[in-house]
Structures are given as structure tokens and as C-alpha cells.
Design a protein around this ligand. Structure first.
Ligand code: FE
Ligand code: FE
Ligand code: ZN
Length: 298
């Protein structure tokens, strides 16, 4: 069974996240363990975490997908940035371990940008950092996100992701989060032949690396290296291809996280749309459902 959700806000409390998600019929969600632009962790509130765990259990949530702040760069040239990214990631994981002891948690991050040092140096820095960060007995699985390839980003093809995985000592604690907008913008055939993308991922990185999907349409063309997300069915990937992805049996047990430009009502509509896809509704009905709902919520 696939799980659907979106990025919920941590403001308020952690215990509130599954309640908000459940209100839109989500059964997974993503969240930032600390503010997306960095900053410090909130003070640990065990009562809040206990309630969070209770809600996850009561509402039968699937694995959660925590997202590392965007400012981290394990490949950074400036040692200060790299050091801070490394220390913060370790702190984030320590915090997530409290949840992961009772409920499956992924922690996905953008592999990094080499900022002109070159790919080889960048990849080696990421490997060294991950070998400092990942503990052999940790329960949280760290996910490398597939990137669009803008600027000097590392990780816009499976070869680079595999080079990183290959260098990590405890590689049973590492997986891949496939972002559909990013892989499309990176030039992969996600909009026309999802199976061939999965085939390549499995051939290069191994059969069981894919752990989560960021489900987004794209504002730009295949290979544009732009990374601008679009609402489902409104972009260059399109509703038909999204349906093929969501209904593909090879990803049918994964958490799907929406990172589309939406508010709460918009996410609730997209989650309903995804459930309709799973139950086999034809494309024309999905299109008219989307049109009706989005006229109302617009
Ligand atoms: Fe991301
Ligand atoms: Fe993403
Ligand atoms: Zn993106």
C-alpha cells in the first residue's frame, strides 16, 4: 500500500503534525526537524513526542520522511559551512531516533553542491561527512535526494548517487528519495517511461535503494535543470504520467510526499486525486475532478 502526504508545518507542536495530515486523509508526511533555513532545534518535549507517536499509531501512519534544511551542504568548500551542516545533521538524526525507535523514519537531504571544487572532491567530502554522521545501529534511514542539476548540484544522475553510497561504510542505513520534478528536470524520462528510470536506478544503485518519492509536477521541460515544482496535472510531466508513477506496482509500498505549490485545501484535493488514481479511475474523470475542485479552491 502506498502512503500519501505532504510537507506539514512543525510550528505549534510535533504532535499536531499527524492530526493536520489526517484531516486531509494523508497517512504519511514530511517535516523539517529544524527550520528550513537552519537555526536551532526546539527544546526536547517528551510529552509532545509521546503524543506524536500515539497519533501515528492510532491513525496507522506509514513511514515519515523528515527533510534536512536546505542550507546544509556536506560538499561545501567553506569548512565552517560543511562542519555546521555535518554537526546539525547528526543532531537532527539524534532527535529523529527518538521517533524511529517506535515508528519508521527516513531523513532525506540534498547531497550537496561542489561550488566549483569539482564533482570528485565534492563527492568525497559528502562520503567523509556521511561516515562521520551515520552510526551503525541507528534506526533512521538517511536518503539521498535525486537533484535537478542546477548550478553545481551533485546527485542529478544515479552514477553520482551510487558513488556516494559506495563510499559509505554503513550503507545499509542509506537509501534514495526520488523527486519526480528533479529527475524530469535532470533529463530522465519520468514523463514518458517511468519503468526505464526505475530500471536504471536499480541497475546502478541496487534493487532496494528507493525508499521514498517526492511527487511533483514540473514547470519546466525535461533536461532544463531548473527545479521549479508545479501542482499535479498542471506541468510538463502531466496527469497521465503521474498516474503511471503512482500506480506502478514497483513503488506501491512507498511513501509519496507532495511538494507542490499548494495550501491545505490544495493538498487535500491532490491526496483525494491520488486515491482516485489508485482505485483505477479513468484519466478523463481525474481531469474533471481536478478542474471542479480547483475552481472551487482557487
Ligand atoms: Fe528536497
Ligand atoms: Fe524534493
Ligand atoms: Zn525541488
Amino acid at each position: 500500500m502506498a502512503y500519501f502526504g505532504w510537507h506539514v508545518s512543525t510550528s505549534g507542536s510535533w504532535a499536531n503534525m499527524p492530526l493536520v495530515a489526517h484531516d486531509a486523509n494523508a497517512d504519511t508526511f514530511a517535516f523539517f526537524p529544524r527550520p528550513p533555513r537552519g537555526g536551532s532545534l526546539r527544546t526536547l518535549d517528551m510529552d509532545d513526542i509521546d503524543k506524536l507517536l500515539q497519533h501515528l499509531h492510532d491513525f496507522h501512519f506509514g513511514p515519515l520522511v523528515a527533510h534536512a534544511p536546505y542550507v546544509y551542504n556536506l560538499a561545501a568548500q567553506a569548512e565552517g559551512i560543511r562542519e555546521r551542516s555535518l554537526n546539525n545533521m547528526r543532531e537532527d538524526i539524534d532527535r529523529l531516533e527518538i521517533i524511529a525507535a517506535k515508528h519508521p523514519v527516513y531523513y532525506n537531504f540534498h547531497p550537496g553542491a561542489h561550488t566549483g571544487q569539482g564533482r570528485h572532491i565534492g563527492i568525497n567530502k559528502i562520503i567523509d561527512a556521511l561516515n562521520d554522521i551515520i552510526q551503525p545501529n541507528q534506526k533512521t534511514i538517511v536518503l539521498l535526494e535525486t537533484m535537478a542539476g542546477k548550478g553545481t548540484e551533485i546527485g542529478s544522475n544515479f552514477d553520482e548517487l551510487e558513488q556516494i553510497i559506495d563510499g559509505v561504510t554503513h550503507d545499509d542505513r542509506i537509501g534514495i528519495c526520488l523527486d519526480t520534478c528533479h529527475t524530469h528536470d535532470a533529463g530522465m524520462s519520468i514523463a514518458t517511461d517511468f519503468d526505464s528510470v526505475l530500471n536504471e536506478l536499480e541497475a546502478v544503485c541496487g534493487p532496494s535503494r528507493l525508499c521514498a518519492i517526492h511527487l511533483n509536477d514540473s514547470k519546466n521541460t525535461c533536461g532544463s535543470k531548473k527545479d521549479r515544482h508545479e501542482r499535479l496535472g498542471h506541468g510538463t510531466i502531466g496527469l497521465e504520467a503521474i498516474k503511471q508513477i503512482v500506480c506502478n506496482p514497483r513503488v506501491s509500498n512507498l511513501p509519496f510526499i507532495l511538494e507542490t505549490p499548494n495550501d491545505f485545501d490544495g493538498y487535500a484535493v491532490e491526496i483525494e486525486l491520488l486515491h482516485k488514481m489508485i482505485s483505477g479511475e479513468p484519466l478523463e474523470e481525474l481531469q474533471s475532478f481536478l478542474m471542479d475542485k480547483q475552481v472551487i479552491s482557487a
